[in-house]
Design a protein around this ligand. Structure first.
Ligand SMILES: C[S@@+](CC[C@H](N)C(=O)[O-])C[C@H]1O[C@@H](n2cnc3c(N)ncnc32)[C@H](O)[C@@H]1O
Length: 369
């Protein structure tokens, strides 16, 4: 099939680049913190003094995981005291920049293990479309801005590189892949969760009209790819094969597996809500009027998140190495002429694994006073 050679990995730019430029996902994750904290207060815990496992699915280089993991640990500590071991497992693809992740876990001033000797961080390099942890192992799962990446790119997108621009057969292929991957992701997590465990999934969202808010960014970047073909820096064939395996789902698509029976396998939906996400870079620009800084931040975000996937379609190593700079410089110029905020959305979902023997949340909260 024509797309077979397209890399689908969705791995972020290494050397800590993602950590430096991922303020938008950080904002989305922050919006979901109250739901994570509630989940940490209500999830069932393994018996005795056995370790409580928190899984962070799609951690990337770790900086954006520090606040949610610290909040989760703090909430669990109010339930179990300081001596109980808590294991935090960061999961990402094998090609992720794990060196930066471990550097962050070891020495970032915000690291969640700093003043808690009974928190044990670790990492696993494996796709979350496979089993990553033993069955009934995880009390609390967190997955932020990661399950939007599909397990593979199912079709080319003529004239563009993102799924929002598709129609016809390509659209059907993306819709089907996204539905299959979502069910697979949920099934695997259902198996890994302890009965009564919770999984909090945070995703870039779509509003009722199907807009993500990133259209100006994606359309600007698409025009840059055309420029690169015209300048003969990349070939038409390479450009055609640049497709992101990212697919923001509508609320109805996220809820679809639960529609028939009110649950999917052993999971049920405790919460599912879409929020507007204020654009922090735009807010800074409104204060300081610094066009260079705004366009620079927007282009650097695009580079850190999306360019590695696009670059994988460039055939030779020399041009592949130069490609991120080509894209970022041209995109920055375009964005500084456009000057638009990103009106994006964040979708927060809380899932609970069925547990016949667990007290209900309300009685847990009452007993905690
Ligand atoms: C945009 S980053 C999100 C990082 C962090 N959770 C945050 O909120 O900023 C998406 C991460 O998901 C990871 N990812 C994508 N597909 C994955 C898969 N199949 N298995 C594990 N991780 C995956 C990518 O490698 C990347 O590190």
């Amino acid at each position: 099939m024509e797309t077979a050679a397209i890399s689908t990995h969705g791995v972020m730019e290494g050397g800590g680049s993602y950590n430096r430029h991922a303020r938008i996902p950080a904002g989305g994750g922050n919006r979901a913190l109250p739901y994570l904290e509630k989940a940490a207060r209500s999830c069932a815990l393994p018996p005795g003094n056995s370790p409580i496992v928190i899984a962070d699915y799609g951690s990337s280089q770790g900086k954006n995981s520090l606040t949610p993991m610290r909040s989760a640990v703090r909430c669990l500590r109010t339930r179990v005291g300081r001596g109980r071991p808590i294991a935090v497992v960061h999961v990402d693809q094998h090609a992720n920049d794990f060196n930066t992740l471990f550097e962050v876990l070891h020495s970032d001033p915000e690291r969640y293990s700093m003043d808690d000797p009974h928190v044990f961080p670790s990492a696993i390099g494996r796709s979350f479309y496979e089993n990553v942890l033993p069955g009934e192992h995880v009390a609390l799962g967190w997955c932020s801005y990661a399950a939007v990446w599909l397990s593979r790119v199912p079709a080319l997108v003529p004239g563009h590189f993102v799924a929002f621009a598709i129609t016809g057969d390509a659209q059907t292929a993306f819709d089907r892949q996204a539905a299959d991957d979502w069910r697979r992701f949920l099934s695997l997590r259902a198996r890994e969760l302890h009965p009564g465990g919770r999984l909090v999934v945070v995703l870039p969202g779509l509003n009722d009209g199907g807009a993500s808010g990133f259209e100006p960014l994606f359309n600007g970047a698409n025009a840059v790819l055309d420029e690169l073909v015209e300048a003969r820096l990349i070939s038409g064939d390479e450009r055609k094969r640049m497709v992101l395996g990212a697919y923001p789902r509508r609320r109805v698509q996220l809820l679809e597996p639960f529609a028939a029976e009110g649950h999917f396998q052993s999971l049920s939906v405790e919460h599912c809500e879409l929020f507007d996400l204020p654009d922090a870079a735009w807010a800074s620009y409104q204060q300081d009027g610094d066009v260079e800084a705004l366009a620079g931040r927007q282009a650097a975000f695009f580079r850190a998140v999306f360019v590695p996937s696009l670059a994988s379609a460039v055939a030779d190593a020399g041009r592949r190495q130069a490609f991120p700079d080509w894209v970022e410089q041209r995109l920055k110029r375009r964005l500084s002429e456009l000057l638009a905020p990103f009106h994006s959305f964040v979708q927060v979902m809380v899932l609970a694994k069925h547990c016949p023997d667990c007290p209900d949340v309300a009685s847990l909260e009452r007993s905690e006073g």
